[in-house]
Design a protein around this ligand. Structure first.
Ligand code: ADP
Length: 387
């Protein structure tokens, strides 16, 4: 919450499938300076009541500092939750809530970031991970790829002029969901941390695994991923065979299920567990150094949470990068902005998306990222009713 002298006059919330993003404006109560600051905070949509409690406290502060003022605190809401939780928000806050269209808010927020905020939009490359760009005069047209729980592709031709041209359900929610099944990670940040330490070649089938070398003729390096998770089945079977040879599967399963206390709340039923055993109870859940993964005894399932996380992060990001490129081709767009909380400033995610655009467009198109990538919709809603 803002410090006790700050006055909050204006709140916008974007309630998505996974996260509720809140933006509010505050200024010092007795400041003679104009302006103030925008604050950003998010909550899991599942814990919407915490979010509402936070808003209630903002409202209380507002009331206190405006005792005699008749003006109401202004609250805007967008995203699916603006509909789903509409009555609840009004009841808890006891004030009217203005609803705004989600896609429109996204592009209003993005336009604002592109044109008004220096040090917000940047390009990514390994050599220069955060290269800020100054706004060009010709902003339009561009493609916005919003990677939230799911993914939307929006063609934006001018201010408030847009069309949703595509989408994919393989998005942030997919990574979040699958990694919660496949690794011991309990939060999205833990998953990103695992991914940053993993080695996807332990899980993915690479061009080099198939050719023994690169396939230069069609531009494939030996490290190019030919098949995400393509090595898993063979490695898993090999580990099972070795375990059987040395005294049956018993040890393998016993080891996996009982020797690690971080298995205790794994979400699969016992019947499912035997099928997914080697995935759902990894030997080094959350603790891998990422280098060797399950490189220990041949009885250990040969996969680490870190390697799996890295592989799935690449799979999802590569897929989105490829679709983004194709959409940009179809619609003749050379500027591609990536938003949504999935990105979260994570280097491998941005590198994969950026590389995909550069590679497929032969350098003709550029991927852009944002420091507040998750807050486009909330900022857009905020701006629709400026204080
Ligand atoms: P939505 O509007 O659908 O909720 P967001 O843009 O908020 O979408 O992005 C949600 C996605 O962001 C999640 O699916 C996950 O991939 C990622 N993410 C980032 N931070 C978190 C977090 N703290 N908890 C859960 N998911 C997160």
């Amino acid at each position: 919450l803002p410090n006790h002298t700050a006055v909050v006059s204006h709140i916008a919330i974007d309630i998505g499938g996974t996260l509720a993003k809140l933006v509010y404006f505050s200024r010092e109560a007795h400041s003679t300076e104009p302006g103030g600051r925008l604050n950003f905070v998010n909550f899991e949509t599942d814990h919407i009541s915490e979010c509402l409690e936070f808003m209630r406290q903002l409202k209380r502060k507002y009331k206190k500092s405006n005792g005699s003022s008749p003006a109401e605190l202004c609250v805007m809401a967008t995203g699916g939750g603006a509909f789903k939780y509409y009555d609840m928000i009004r009841d808890v806050l006891g004030i009217d809530v203005l609803r705004e269209d989600e896609m429109e808010c996204l592009i209003i927020g993005l336009d604002f970031f592109i044109t008004e905020i220096p040090g917000e939009v940047f390009t990514y490359s390994e050599a220069d991970p955060m290269h800020f760009v100054t706004p060009a005069d010709n902003v339009y047209p561009y493609l916005l790829v919003n990677i939230g729980s799911g993914v939307s592709f929006l063609k934006v031709s001018g201010p408030r002029e847009y069309q949703r041209v595509g989408g994919t359900s393989l998005g942030g929610g997919t990574l979040w969901g699958l990694l919660s099944l496949l690794t011991g990670a309990r939060t999205f940040d833990e998953m990103l941390d695992l991914a940053s330490r993993g080695d996807n070649s332990k899980v993915d089938m690479l061009v080099g695994d198939i050719y023994g070398t690169d396939y230069g003729k069609i531009g494939l390096k030996s490290t190019t991923i030919a098949s995400s998770f393509g090595k898993v089945f063979r490695k898993k079977r090999q580990a099972e065979n070795e375990a059987e040879d040395s005294g049956g599967l018993g040890h393998y399963q016993h080891h996996s299920h009982n020797d690690h206390d971080d298995d205790d709340d794994q979400p699969l039923s016992p019947a499912d567990a035997s099928i997914t055993n080697s995935f759902s109870s990894l030997p080094d859940q959350g603790k891998s150094n990422g280098a060797g993964g399950g490189g220990g005894s041949s009885r250990d399932p040969p996969f680490s949470g870190a390697d799996i996380s890295r592989s799935l992060l690449y799979a999802i990001s590569n897929n989105i990068g490829q679709i983004a490129f194709l959409q940009s081709q179809i619609h003749g767009l050379s500027h591609i902005y990536f938003g949504g909380s999935f990105i979260r400033g994570h280097p491998q995610t941005m590198n994969t998306l950026s590389y995909a655009i550069k590679f497929w467009s032969k350098g003709a198109k550029q991927a852009y990222f944002l420091r507040h990538e998750g807050y486009l919709g909330a900022v857009g809603a905020f701006l629709k009713r400026q204080p």
